[in-house]
Structures are given as structure tokens and as C-alpha cells.
Design a binder for this molecule. Structure first.
Ligand SMILES: C[S@@+](CC[C@H](N)C(=O)[O-])C[C@H]1O[C@@H](n2cnc3c(N)ncnc32)[C@H](O)[C@@H]1O
Length: 454
């Protein structure tokens, strides 16, 4: 019998508290430090601080930790204004004022993109921003009923945990939605088994607040009626296999929002993706139209089109727009929205853009401009195919700087130049900063340095 050498497993540091000096911050404003040979990402810590941090993950090359005590605070650290800050995972950066948050996020993103692409300077334009509180027109709240203590918690997940932290107020939610936090918990508590409700999905549409009550066991008509008394625009979505959305009140209007600057009305269904920050979304769409200088000769391809948030405003000014979206029911919704807005030059098709699409019927139409607005995973698998379309301009809207930097590198290596870049403050007080980038085809390839080590 052969005896194999087995390296002794190293004890995990998860749960340990480390004392760390913070050297800098990354693009999500995590403090960066070192522990033995590993890099440590420390949420809640700032450059120059000494902190105690609780280890949440201990991997081969890095550690993730959360600040538990600031031993020496950096100048600029402030008291978070939300009473739930220390438990709620909804916003991460309230210990800085909003200007500082944006400065650090943008500084980290600038470094990340330059490092990934080899570009020496980036063509930053003014940032898109709006109010930094009460901006969320959509949110998903967790519901947790502790059967032992009979305690009900409705709120966001605490950072790095499955625990739902109960909140009674939220300065990020639209004022139309905040009353949910006090009016719906009693309705849930009144159920014979409050644990059947697992989530509440909230959204504003038609200047009204809607609530989707997600439940894992059927609710009787009387139980639903009790909810509707607390919240007239309540829908019920059973997780019992049928996934049937029951629309309680037949006269409740189909959810919709208006892009007032383009006079476009977009209907959607509960559960569909919509941009969270309505004011920022309007500015983002208007900037996309302005940067692309859309005109009546343009044939535009809008990828990751959702239910037409960019496609339909583009179609108002372009010759044609072809929208591509992965979720079939959103493709149908986009087509319905085109009809409702009287736009016969916009058409939509369903495709998984991350698979090869050489034979897709919509592929070879000689597009002048391409818009893409992927989810956080970016356009891996699609970006080379997009570059191969050889459109004169590509407008990339990104919600993840890391995947954007990776994809931008591909576009640059395929001969595109980065003309404009702006930060989009879609989620103030969180670690996220979105981006809009305009690439133009250039005759010669941009010089991109060899791939940097990650
Ligand atoms: C960030 S949302 C943008 C939607 C739309 N542009 C808007 O502004 O509302 C990303 C969209 O990409 C779609 N999507 C995600 N992965 C996809 C894939 N592999 N292929 C096609 N669509 C995908 C999602 O369903 C979602 O609608």
C-alpha cells in the first residue's frame, strides 16, 4: 500500500479578530491590508486607520474581514446617519460623506481600469447623480420569523450573514415605500404561521407603491384580504411550485414608469428588472442619446435590453433599433412597450448573449451603433462577438467596474478607443458606482500593454 503525503490542513481564520493597519482602499472602498502572506479586504476601514476586524472568509490567496472596532480613525470618518447602520447590510459607506464616498470609489475604479487596460489616463466626464437619499424605487426585503422567540424581522440582510436585520425606517427607500416597514409586519404577524412569508418585493410605479408578498405555502383569500387592507397594491407570489402571481385587485394599473424627457412609457411586471434609481435612470438614458448623437440613419443594436429602457428612447431618433434580451417574458414586454409607444422601428428577440451567436438572424444587419447594459457578470463571451460587428460606436453601461475593465480591454485590443467615461451614482451610500463608457472604432488598434497580473 502506498502512503501518500498529506499536507496538514491549516486552521481557518474564520471568526478570528485581527488587528490591521490599512494601507489603501479598493474600488469598492474596502480597506486593504496584509496578514502574513495574504491580502486582506476589510469592509468599513479607511486608508491610514488601525482597526480590529472579524474574519468572514479565509481563502488560499486572500482574506475577507469586517471592521469590528476602529482603533485610530482617519480624518473624514463620520457618524452614520441611519440608526440601523451597524446591523443592516443595505448601505455600507455611511461613515463617509457622499462626496468622499464618490471620490474614493471613482479613484479605485480609475486605478482598476488603468491597471487592466494599460491606458495611462481615462477620459472622465461629469458624473451622473441625483438625490443621495430616498432614491430607491425598488427593494427586496427579507422576512424572518423566529419560531422560538416568535420575533418577526423585516429588513435587509446583514453584511456577510444570512441574518435579517429588522428595520423600522430606511433613508434610501422612496417615501412611497417606507410605510411598508411599519404597516406590513403586523399583517405578517397576524398569520397563523408568519414563517410562510419569506420576502417582500417593493416597487414604485404609476406614482404608487406596490408590494409582492412571497410565500412558501398557500395563503387563503381571507389572509390575502387582510394584507390588502394594509396595502392595497399587494400582489401574492407563491413559492409552492406554481409561481402564480395573483393580482388581488383587478383595477390596479399595470406597473409602469415614464421617461419624461423622451416621453416614453414603459410597462413592466413585478419581478422584472428595472433600474433602481428613477432620477439617475432618466439622466443616464438622456446621456446615452446625447453621447451617441443618435440620428435617423442609425441602425442600433441594444444588448441586454430588458423591457426597452434604452431601446425605445433610441428608437425615437434612430432608423431602427434591435433589442436583444435573455428573459423571454421581458422580450415580449419590450415589444408590447414599443407598440404602446407607437414605435414600429423597434424589434426584439430573445438570446443568451453569452453563447456564440454567429447565425443569429439579427446579427448581420450592419449596425452603426451598439449599446450594451449587462448584469454584474459583464459581457464575457459576448464582448468579442460585439467587437466583430464593427459598429462605429459602442456605448457600454456597467454596474461592475471589474467586469467592465476586463471587457474594455477586449474592445481596446480590437481597435476601439475609449472616448468618454462617466461615473453614475445609482446607489449612494453603497460600495457600488456604475459607469457609462463610449468607445469609437479607430483605424489603428489602441496600444494595450500585456495583461497585468490580477
Ligand atoms: C442591467 S439589466 C439592464 C436592462 C435594461 N437595459 C434596462 O436598462 O432596464 C441587464 C439585463 O440583461 C439580461 N441578461 C442577463 N444575462 C443575459 C444573457 N446572458 N443574455 C441576454 N440577456 C441577459 C437581464 O435579464 C437584464 O434584463
Amino acid at each position: 500500500m502506498v502512503t501518500l503525503y498529506k499536507a496538514k490542513a491549516k486552521a481557518s481564520l474564520i471568526g478570528a479578530t485581527l488587528t490591521l493597519d490599512i494601507d489603501s482602499t479598493d474600488y469598492e472602498v474596502n480597506g486593504l491590508s496584509r496578514y502574513k502572506q495574504k491580502i486582506v479586504f476589510v469592509s468599513g476601514a479607511l486608508q491610514g486607520e488601525k482597526v480590529q476586524a472579524l474574519v468572514l472568509e479565509d481563502k488560499a490567496g486572500f482574506i475577507k474581514a469586517r471592521t469590528s472596532k476602529v482603533l485610530s480613525p482617519a480624518p473624514g470618518r463620520q457618524r452614520p446617519f441611519c440608526p440601523h447602520f451597524s446591523q443592516c447590510g443595505g448601505c455600507q459607506l455611511q461613515y463617509l460623506d457622499n462626496d468622499q464616498q464618490i471620490r474614493l470609489k471613482q479613484q479605485g475604479i480609475d486605478q482598476l481600469i488603468r491597471h487592466q487596460t494599460g491606458l495611462e489616463t481615462l477620459p472622465w466626464q461629469p458624473m451622473i447623480a441625483a438625490a443621495d437619499t430616498h432614491y430607491r424605487r425598488k427593494a427586496r426585503l427579507g422576512v424572518w420569523f423566529d419560531k422560538k422567540t416568535r420575533q418577526l424581522s423585516v429588513g435587509f440582510r446583514a453584511e456577510g450573514s444570512k441574518h435579517i436585520s429588522a428595520i423600522s425606517e430606511c433613508s434610501m427607500l422612496s417615501p412611497l415605500l417606507t410605510p411598508v416597514l411599519t404597516r406590513l409586519p403586523p399583517a405578517i404577524n397576524a398569520l397563523p404561521d408568519p414563517a410562510v412569508v419569506t420576502h417582500l418585493e417593493l416597487f414604485c410605479a404609476n406614482q404608487r407603491p406596490y408590494v409582492v408578498v412571497r410565500h412558501v405555502k398557500p395563503l387563503t383569500a381571507a389572509q390575502q384580504q387582510a394584507f390588502v387592507q394594509s396595502w392595497p397594491e399587494a400582489y401574492f407570489l407563491g413559492d409552492d411550485g406554481t409561481e402564480q402571481l395573483q393580482h388581488w385587485q383587478p383595477d390596479t394599473p399595470t406597473p409602469a414608469y415614464t421617461l419624461t424627457e423622451q416621453d416614453i412609457r414603459l410597462q413592466f411586471q413585478p419581478g422584472d428588472f428595472i433600474q433602481i434609481n428613477e432620477a439617475v435612470n432618466q439622466k443616464m438614458v438622456s446621456q446615452a442619446l446625447a453621447w451617441l448623437e443618435v440620428n435617423a440613419d442609425d441602425t442600433i443594436l441594444d444588448l441586454y435590453a430588458g423591457m426597452g429602457n434604452f431601446s425605445l428612447p433610441l428608437a425615437k431618433y434612430a432608423k431602427t433599433v434591435q433589442g436583444i434580451e435573455g428573459v423571454a417574458k421581458m422580450v415580449q414586454q419590450a415589444a408590447t412597450n414599443a407598440t404602446l409607444n407607437g414605435l414600429s422601428n423597434a424589434s426584439f428577440a430573445q438570446a443568451d448573449l453569452h453563447l456564440p451567436w454567429p447565425d443569429a438572424p439579427w446579427r448581420g444587419q450592419g449596425y452603426t451603433k451598439v449599446v450594451l447594459d449587462p448584469a454584474r457578470a459583464g459581457a464575457k463571451g459576448a464582448i468579442e462577438q460585439i467587437a466583430a460587428l464593427k459598429a462605429a460606436q459602442i456605448l457600454y453601461v456597467s454596474c461592475n467596474a471589474a467586469t467592465f475593465a476586463r471587457d474594455a480591454r477586449v474592445l481596446l485590443s480590437q481597435g476601439y478607443q475609449l472616448q468618454k467615461l462617466s461615473a453614475i451614482d445609482m446607489f449612494p451610500h453603497t460600495s457600488h458606482l456604475e459607469l457609462m463608457a463610449l468607445f469609437s472604432a479607430s483605424s489603428k488598434s489602441a496600444s494595450v500593454k500585456s495583461a497585468p497580473a490580477k
